[in-house]
Design a protein around this ligand. Structure first.
Ligand SMILES: [Zn+2]
Length: 278
């Protein structure tokens, strides 16, 4: 008769090694699968239920968590292009959420916060090369005041070439720490400046430091904005609140491009499993 106990005792080293090999192969197979097939957060062509809004800050070759290098940025644009993504404007996103308008297949809204000069010098030429447009949320009082921010002439050139220049307040003050009159000043004066410099209304707004609440959202609407962007990590869909639109922030990390793909790829999984919730 086969005695399992004796058998196990005799061959326990071999069994342990066998199990280890099996475990290692399963793990490496799983790893291969995720790096080879990058699943897109959009469900399928013509099914625009989830829209990625990417959020960058600086595109520059400096060591800073907010700075994605130009080489990495180019690879990311290349990746989006080769995977059939089409860049959209905040107006298109708004029409999709608020009015049920259709979007092109694999829509992506590429945004930049603060209005750094490197957005014009580094990101803009690369995006033009791939046929993408983007949106820059500018801190209006920083332009032409600090050398590392873009000039109004640069903003105008981007604007005239299909980019959207929108508001990120006058002074980048966190709104949850400001009085109502300060908030209204930040909202309305930045909007007036953009209108004066570019000849077009800024209808969109990004909360500085990402902090907001329902009261601030109401003030943004009162100031004339159609929608506002947060840094809540998620995709935008037709149930999104237009004054609390979700984005996917991209930072400089030890492996920026790997993290870029993972951040884009894992949104649906994170939502499904509830690891991160708003
Ligand atoms: Zn900012």
């Amino acid at each position: 008769m086969f005695k399992f106990k004796q058998f196990a005792e005799k061959y326990k080293v071999y069994i342990a090694v066998g199990l280890l090999i099996l475990a290692v192969s399963i793990i490496s197979l799983a790893g291969q699968k995720s790096s080879e097939s990058v699943e897109l957060p959009v469900a399928a062509d013509n099914d625009n239920r989830a829209v990625i809004v990417i959020n960058y800050h600086k595109i520059d070759n400096i060591f800073h968590s907010l700075a994605v290098s130009t080489g990495d940025f180019e690879k990311q644009m290349q990746w989006l292009k080769s995977h059939g993504y089409n860049s959209i404007t905040p107006d298109q996103l708004y029409d999709f959420v608020a009015d049920g308008a259709e979007l092109p297949n694999h829509p992506v809204l590429i945004t930049f916060d603060d209005g750094y000069a490197d957005n014009y010098k580094n990101a803009y030429p690369i995006m033009k090369k791939y046929g993408f447009v983007g949106t820059v949320f500018v801190v209006t009082s920083y332009l032409e005041k600090y050398p590392n921010y873009m000039t109004w002439a640069q903003a105008k050139e981007m604007h005239d070439n299909g980019f959207s220049i929108e508001s990120h307040t006058v002074t980048h003050k966190s709104m949850t720490e400001a009085s109502d009159s300060q908030i209204m000043d930040e909202l309305t004066k930045s909007r007036e400046t953009i209108k004066e410099k570019l000849g077009e209304d800024a209808d969109f707004f990004a909360y500085p430091t990402g902090t907001y609440n329902l009261h601030i959202a109401r003030l943004a609407r009162e100031a004339g904005y159609k929608a506002a962007f947060t840094i809540k990590y998620d995709t935008v869909n037709r149930n999104s609140n237009v004054y609390a639109l979700e984005r996917v922030p991209i930072f400089h990390t030890e492996n920026t491009n790997k993290d870029f793909l993972e951040r884009l790829q894992y949104i649906p999984i994170i939502n499904k499993d509830g690891w991160v919730k708003k």
